[in-house]
Design a protein around this ligand. Structure first.
Ligand SMILES: *Cc1c(COP(=O)(O)O)cnc(C)c1O
Length: 478
């Protein structure tokens, strides 16, 4: 597809701006004026519309079709949340307004949203307090680990290690390492944490255990024993709550003894996920971590008004500029209010029901390494003699986004599906029929699998070259 600059034709016009009342040269010093006109592409309105509509069609999205990418919650997000985020009273608010004008008098509505959303997230998770600052899941994990470090430092504990099971999401060890800890990996047994393996590595230097609920989509059965073991060495318990749509309204991590949890508002709570953001990864903490939360905090005063509070001597400081991605928080606020407690519970029920339905239905077509009931997602393996990669490529040809492949690493030729709560039964059955067809074709004519995809804008890419010889800019001088 040609760029707008390549399509440009001298003299072609899309918009004719009104003559300004004053010329720039009357208002600006000569030194700031352009010497020559900017080199903008010259196009008609129709050229521009076709260009962007064409680009949007190259882009795969959940608004267009099914997106069963595991560990990612690529669910449909209802459009009313966009309306809430676009309300001009919020979207026109300057982030410095709170500090510079009227001491927060003009930002009470925004403060109220922040404060109430924190309360709602506390209610959903059973935690004592939340910060909305972190800008993504991984940023939330980093915040959480910094809070854990601050807690141990404050108590004079000498801690160097964080335990992470091999079934964890890849960002968990990355966040722990970034925050300065050594990561101790423990193997899972039948896909869940083995209390014996935990016992074997648990000593006084362990700062925390980071748990995912988990990437295999299995329920952890040994939580009470795990919590009890950690308490003995004053180690904290971290819950990766990126995929809350597995447990909302069913179980509260605060109630079973977790000290830190991060949520991904851009997965579970009403913001589309993908394309690099914006996201939001609020962090909830138990009582003992509250003093360390990032500043500023929005606090409610006796008269019901809200203030920004910086006076928190033990705080880890700022994690993100201002109050995080406020627009994403607004969408979560609207989503939670609209669904209510009952609606959130039903969202989880549908997410888990859909995953289990697909899991069972696919058992005739793919290999299923863990036969137990699953949470909101599950893993399967390519049938003997076939590769997960080839099956994924064949799905692209049939117009559906591929599942996550080769992750987690502990399952071979792994395909990880997450149907999410927003897909209906017909869509799930369509996927089952599609995979049956792909596997049947692959058996009868293996070359068709190796050739796929043939209908996509590009075929199989040289992924090494794509990573090593990146071309990220257009050469405009050409
Ligand atoms: C998506 C995800 C993350 C990371 O979230 P980002 O917003 O992409 O940084 C962490 N843990 C789990 C389980 C996830 O699914």
């Amino acid at each position: 597809m040609k760029t707008l600059f390549e399509q440009s034709c001298p003299g072609r016009v899309g918009v004719i701006p009104r003559k300004p009342a004053k010329r720039a040269s009357d208002m600006l010093p000569a030194s700031l004026l352009r010497k020559e006109a900017p080199r903008l592409p010259e196009l008609s309105e129709l050229d521009v519309v076709r260009h962007f509509t064409g680009l949007s069609r190259l882009n795969y999205s959940v608004d267009g079709n099914f997106y069963p990418l595991g560990s990612c919650t690529m669910k449909y997000n209802a459009k009313f949340t966009e309306y809430a985020a676009a309300l001009s009273g919020f979207s026109s608010l300057h982030p410095l307004m709170a500090q510079l004008c009227g001491a927060g008098r003009y930002t009470q509505g925004a403060f109220q949203v922040i404060w109430e959303l924190e309360q709602q997230l506390c209610e959903i998770t059973g935690m004592k307090a939340f910060t909305l600052q972190p800008m993504a899941g991984a940023n939330g994990e980093f915040t959480g680990v910094m809070l854990i470090a601050a807690y141990h430092r404050d108590k004079g504990n000498k801690k160097t290690k964080i335990i992470i099971p091999d079934s964890a999401h890849g960002t968990n060890p990355a966040s722990a390492t970034l925050a300065g800890y050594d990561v101790v990996n423990i193997p899972s047994r039948d896909g869940i944490i083995d209390p014996e393996e935990l016992e074997a590595v648990l000593d006084d230097e362990v700062a925390a255990l980071m748990m995912c609920p988990n990437t295999l989509g299995l329920f952890e059965n040994n939580l009470p024993r795990i919590v009890e073991k950690l308490r003995r060495v004053d180690a904290l318990l971290y819950y990766d709550g990126a995929n809350m749509n597995a447990i909302m309204g069913k179980m509260r991590v605060g109630d079973v003894g977790f000290d830190v949890v991060h949520l991904n508002l851009h997965k579970t709570f009403g913001t589309p996920h993908g394309g690099g953001g914006p996201g939001s990864g609020p962090v909830g903490v138990s009582e003992r971590l509250v003093p360390f939360l990032p500043v500023s905090r929005v606090e409610k005063q006796q008269d019901g008004s809200f203030v920004l509070c910086y006076d928190k001597p033990k705080s880890i400081g700022y994690i993100a500029p201002f109050y995080g991605n406020f627009g994403v928080c607004l969408k979560a606020y609207a989503y939670i209010l609209r669904l209510g407690g009952e609606g959130l519970r039903r969202a989880s029920e549908y997410a888990v029901l859909n995953a289990n339905y697909l899991h069972k239905k696919l058992a005739h077509t793919l290999d299923i390494p863990y036969e137990r009931l699953c949470m909101h997602e599950f893993v399967a393996s390519a049938p003997k003699g076939m590769r997960a990669l080839d099956i994924a490529k064949a799905m692209l040809d049939r117009g559906v986004h591929a599942p996550t492949i080769y992750f987690p690493l502990i399952v071979s030729e792994c395909l990880m599906f997450e149907p999410t709560e927003t897909e209906n039964r017909e869509t799930l059955e369509g996927l089952v029929a599609m995979l049956e067809d792909i596997v049947k074709n692959g058996r009868e004519n293996p070359q068709t699998l190796l050739d796929a995809p043939i209908h996509t804008p590009v075929r199989r890419l040289d992924e090494t070259a794509a990573a090593r010889q990146m071309i990220l800019t257009e050469d405009m001088a050409k």
